[in-house]
Write a protein that binds this ligand. Structure first.
Ligand code: NAD
Length: 289
């Protein structure tokens, strides 16, 4: 690694806090190395207070760009020159590309999720999905699903601080896409049962299933699932959540959040480098099945 970094190497960053646990530098640097591309990817622990300076720094240092995670995803657009249509609809940016001093914000989480479905032979285009969640991951998925041509999306969330964001998503997607989008309280278990019953795919895009909510799931029990329902969890740690264990028991085909993580990175990699990430190599390297 050190031997391949020279005076010609171009920087790509990741700005978020906390961020030291991230796998993104490992993933991107391995892909650069594998393809012989002269970039280096580093994580920087930066929060909202230092964000404007950090963005100016990216420009001044002529970095090729940066990934962005919490708490900066929903704030960084203020400091950028352009925003992609999906990032605009999602109200969040996870990738910034620097084209000769012009910074454009993109969101690749939704593309990552939709590609991970495709990769597993799950074709939800023209069909209905039910999704729990209204935070960053959920909104990005809902936006991309609607843009890609999913016919109907039923969103469930608890009545917390994310509820207003869900209402906003319903409004925006109804105005800007042909997708039929509805919002329900996750506490309405009759609605949850009937919306899942008429869906091709059920997605968990909440923090339920990972620490500190590990061992819990967003559906009350296994009777909400059926063998021909596809189930996707955005959680990747643990690899198999309680929801996925239950889906497996019922006989559903399921995927975890590993594919979303890989493909959101691959989409960002393509935006930074213009090249496809070597997916098969990365799956092996990251131990993704
Ligand atoms: P966020 O904080 O923006 O949103 C959290 C969501 O969880 C909200 O909808 C909130 O209402 C819901 N929630 C929280 N506690 C709940 C509870 N007790 N019951 C029901 N719902 C509850 O977080 P985020 O960044 O959107 O992350 C959400 C999930 O998506 C996490 O599990 C995260 O690991 C996963 N994620 C995966 C990837 C990936 O690449 N695979 C990327 C981003 C996020």
């Amino acid at each position: 690694m050190e031997r391949r970094i020279t005076g010609y190497t171009t920087l790509i960053g990741l700005i978020a806090t906390p961020i030291k646990h991230t796998k993104s530098p490992t993933m991107h640097n391995e892909a650069f190395s594998y393809l012989g591309l002269d970039y280096a990817y580093l994580a920087f622990e930066v929060g909202n207070d230092e964000l404007e300076d950090a963005v100016k720094g990216l420009k001044a240092l002529k970095a090729r760009g940066s990934n962005v995670s919490m708490p900066n995803k929903t704030v960084i657009h203020k400091y950028l020159d352009k925003i992609s249509p999906a990032a605009e609809l999602a109200g969040a940016v996870n990738t910034v590309v620097n084209d000769d001093g012009v910074l454009t914000g993109h969101i690749t989480d939704g593309v990552g999720f939709m590609t991970s479905l495709k990769d597993s032979g799950i074709d939800v285009i023209g069909k209905k999905m039910t999704i729990a969640g209204a935070g960053g991951a959920a909104t990005a998925i809902q936006v991309q699903a609607a843009l890609d041509g999913v016919a109907e999306i039923s969103i469930f969330n608890i009545k917390d601080k994310f509820w207003a964001r869900a209402e906003e998503t319903v409004k925006k997607l109804t105005e800007k896409t042909n997708c039929k989008v509805k919002l329900f309280d996750l506490a309405d278990t009759d609605a949850l049962r009937s919306e899942i019953e008429s869906s091709y795919l059920f997605v968990n895009a909440t923090g339920v299933g990972m620490k500190p909510l590990e061992g819990q799931m967003v559906i009350p029990d296994e009777t909400y699932l059926r063998p021909d329902l596809f189930v996707a969890d955005t959680v990747y740690m643990p690899h198999v959540t309680k929801l996925l264990e239950t889906a497996d028991k019922v006989g559903c085909k399921w995927i975890n959040g590993d594919g979303m993580m890989l493909y959101q990175g691959a989409e960002a990699f393509k935006l930074f480098t213009g090249k496809e990430m070597p997916i098969e190599h990365m799956k092996e390297f990251l131990n993704i099945k």
